[in-house]
Each structure stands twice: as structure tokens, then as C-alpha cells.
Write a protein that binds this ligand. Structure first.
Ligand SMILES: Cc1cc2nc3c(=O)[nH]c(=O)nc-3n(C[C@H](O)[C@H](O)[C@H](O)COP(=O)(O)OP(=O)(O)OC[C@H]3O[C@@H](n4cnc5c(N)ncnc54)[C@H](O)[C@@H]3O)c2cc1C
Length: 339
């Protein structure tokens, strides 16, 4: 290799080092940025601080919010890709665009929230970037000796520290696993011209779930099980949830029996959630149920059977009949709220 070629290679690698970034995918619904994306942004910005890279974000499609304000989480730049083909989330189309942005911005780490979008996008982006992936990270990576990320395994019974050895790393962060950090700061918003393929699938209609608060984004969740005896008894649970500004959830047999819709079913085969407060009413606490809720920060269990397994996982427990306790609980919340 001659000297000129050497010089060129040196310059190229120097150029790449200058522009290395941690790229965070910002997920939105109906033009509004999801809370879980604010967590991912805060998390990604912290990683950039650890690795000495710049935190940047990528937003796909039209958004009704001020993207410059994402700078409050520590991102310096927002790459905004707008195209008619991005109207509905299509995993293949989105993954190609995100990988393209990652490559062109020299991203060494790509961060997603491990929400429904992140679960479909992160593996596809990882394949395109030939990157190692940790899905469902619970903590910041340990960069003291390589790059390893902690995640829960065996339905939350253990943790694994997974080392990623590829040049580019992809991480999807569990929802509610990292506290949103918001300070001062404005990000530079730049349009990003990407080739956006036409989706191979066509969305012919969509139905919104009935819940007032989205289950996966909720801070407080009130959940009920077979102990409520039938769908007609959900009114009292709904009232409590309304007073607490909580989302509703249920155990699997409740959804299987069509007492509640399946999008409320939490657990191993349902939605996995990690709210700050999970109130379980008339749910036994089977391992398959716990697998989806055991990352909740505080668990309150109301069950008439003092031996119900759920009490072992609870921070607070009330042994008693839900039909007595829930109306009293709702009244007490109203009183505290001055109603
Ligand atoms: C492969 C597999 C996957 C599964 N996935 C899931 C999953 O994702 N999510 C899930 O939830 N389950 C799942 N299950 C089912 C799980 O094993 C349990 O059967 C289920 O969670 C039990 O639901 P439950 O607690 O509502 O009902 P039950 O087990 O019938 O418990 C009802 C509870 O209510 C209490 N109770 C009764 N009356 C009252 C009252 N008046 N006041 C207060 N308490 C009362 C009882 O003491 C009891 O503890 C799965 C099972 C399998 C095999």
C-alpha cells in the first residue's frame, strides 16, 4: 500500500471517529412521542456520555411535537425522515431507514425502547447492521471492560450480563427500566433524505383499544382476575382505575373467557408491563402471570386467600374480599383527592 492510500485510510477512520454517535429511535403514536421513547432518549444520551460519543435521535414520519425539545434529554441532533410511505409503521420499511440513518451517521450504538415497535424493529436493524443485540435491557451498559448489558432472563428470575462484541451494538431498553432525565437543551433538527420503500402490506383500517390510559405506558395499573366472578363486576375496578388515572389489566383466564379484551391480558403470554404501581385484585399470582408484571416497582395484592402465591411477590397485601375492599379503596382515594 502506498503512502497516499495509507493517508486516505487514516483520514477515513479519523472522519468516522469524529462522527460516532449513539442513535436513539423515537417512537410515536398519532404524532405524539411515547413516554417510553423519552426513557430511551435519556438512556441513550447517558450511554453517549459513557462512551464519549454524541447522542442523536431518529424520528420517522410526521410528528405534532417540537422535535428540538428532545434536546432536553441530552440529544444533540434529531434526524427527521418524512415520507408518505412512513405513515403506518411497517417493520421492514422502518428497519431499512433506521439502519440507513445509523450507517450514515456513524452510529456505534442504536437504542430502541423494548415496546411493541422496538420488539419488531431492533432485531431487523441489528441484522442489517451486522450488530449484536440485547433485547430487554434493564440497566446502562458496563463499558469498563468491553461492552455488556444486563437483562432479565427466565421470566425475571435471574439477570444475565450479555457482552456485545460487534462494532455496532443494538439495545432495546425495557419500558420503565430507566428514569426520564430532562434538563435544558435544544437539539438541531435536520431533515434526512432516505430511500423509503413502499410497504408490502397495506393497512386497510385500525381499531383503537378502549382503555383511557395505554397499558404499556401507564404509571399505575389496576388489574383483576377470576376472583371478580364475572364481567359485570368490573365496574368497581374501572372506578378505582379512573380515580387513580390507571390503566386496566387482567389475568389470562379473564381474557380467555371474554370478560375483558385480550389487549388487557398481562403475563408470559400477554403484555409485559412495569408500572410504578401494580394493584392486583382477585388474582392468584401464578408464575405465568408474574412473568409479565414482576418488574412493577410496587405491587399491591388484594386477595381473600391469605395463602395466595401473589402475596410472596407483593410489597403490600390486603387479605379480604375484593367486593368489600375495592369500593372502600375508591372512596379513600376520592377523599385524599378532596372529592
Ligand atoms: C403456558 C401458559 C401460559 C400462561 N400465560 C398466562 C399469562 O400470560 N397471564 C396470566 O394471567 N395467566 C397465564 N396463564 C394461566 C395461569 O397459570 C393462571 O391459571 C392464571 O393466571 C390464573 O388467573 P387468576 O389468578 O385470575 O385466576 P385463579 O387462579 O382462579 O385465581 C383467582 C384468585 O382470586 C381470589 N379470589 C376469589 N374470590 C375473591 C374475592 N371475592 N376477593 C378477593 N380475592 C378473591 C382467589 O383466592 C384466587 O387467588 C398461563 C398458563 C399457561 C399454562
Amino acid at each position: 500500500m502506498n503512502e497516499a492510500a495509507h493517508l486516505q485510510i487514516f483520514k477515513l477512520s479519523h472522519f468516522q471517529i469524529d462522527f460516532m454517535s449513539v442513535l436513539i429511535f423515537v417512537d410515536q403514536l398519532d404524532g405524539h412521542i411515547k413516554k417510553s421513547s423519552h426513557e430511551a432518549l435519556s438512556y441513550g444520551a447517558k450511554i453517549a456520555g459513557q462512551t464519549g460519543d454524541v447522542a442523536e435521535a431518529v424520528v420517522l414520519g410526521a410528528v405534532n411535537e417540537d422535535l428540538a425539545a428532545l434536546g432536553q434529554h441530552g440529544v444533540k441532533k434529531v434526524h427527521h425522515v418524512q415520507h408518505d410511505n412512513l405513515k403506518n409503521i411497517d417493520a421492514q420499511v422502518y428497519a431499512k431507514v433506521i439502519a440507513d440513518v445509523a450507517q450514515q451517521t456513524g452510529a456505534t450504538v442504536v437504542v430502541f425502547s423494548n415496546n411493541s415497535s422496538g420488539k419488531t424493529l431492533a432485531p431487523r436493524v441489528a441484522v442489517r447492521l451486522k450488530a449484536g443485540l440485547v433485547a430487554g435491557a434493564n440497566a446502562l451498559p458496563d463499558t469498563s471492560n468491553g461492552f455488556s448489558v444486563r437483562k432479565a432472563v427466565f421470566s425475571g428470575k435471574a439477570f444475565a450480563n450479555v457482552a456485545i462484541t460487534t462494532a455496532i451494538k443494538v439495545i432495546s431498553l425495557n419500558v420503565n427500566a430507566y428514569t426520564i432525565v430532562a434538563g435544558e437543551g435544544t437539539a438541531e433538527v435536520t431533515p434526512f433524505n432516505a430511500t423509503v420503500d413502499a410497504p408490502k402490506t397495506k393497512v386497510t383500517g385500525s381499531t383503537k383499544t378502549s382503555g383511557k390510559v395505554a397499558l404499556t405506558e401507564a404509571d399505575v395499573v389496576v388489574s383483576a382476575g377470576r376472583g371478580l366472578k364475572g364481567p359485570e363486576n368490573w365496574k368497581m375496578v374501572e372506578e378505582l382505575a379512573d380515580e387513580l388515572g390507571a390503566a386496566l389489566a387482567c389475568s389470562r383466564p379473564v381474557a380467555d373467557a371474554h370478560w375483558r379484551p385480550h389487549n388487557e391480558h398481562v403475563g408470559q403470554t400477554g403484555v409485559a408491563i412495569a408500572p410504578n404501581l401494580y394493584i392486583a385484585v382477585g388474582i392468584s399470582g401464578a408464575i405465568q402471570h408474574l412473568a409479565g408484571v414482576n418488574r412493577s416497582k410496587t405491587i399491591v395484592v388484594i386477595n381473600k386467600d391469605a395463602e395466595a402465591p401473589f402475596f410472596k411477590a407483593a410489597d403490600y397485601g390486603i387479605v379480604g374480599d375484593a367486593f368489600d375492599i375495592i369500593p372502600k379503596f375508591t372512596e379513600a382515594v376520592k377523599k385524599v383527592r378532596g372529592k
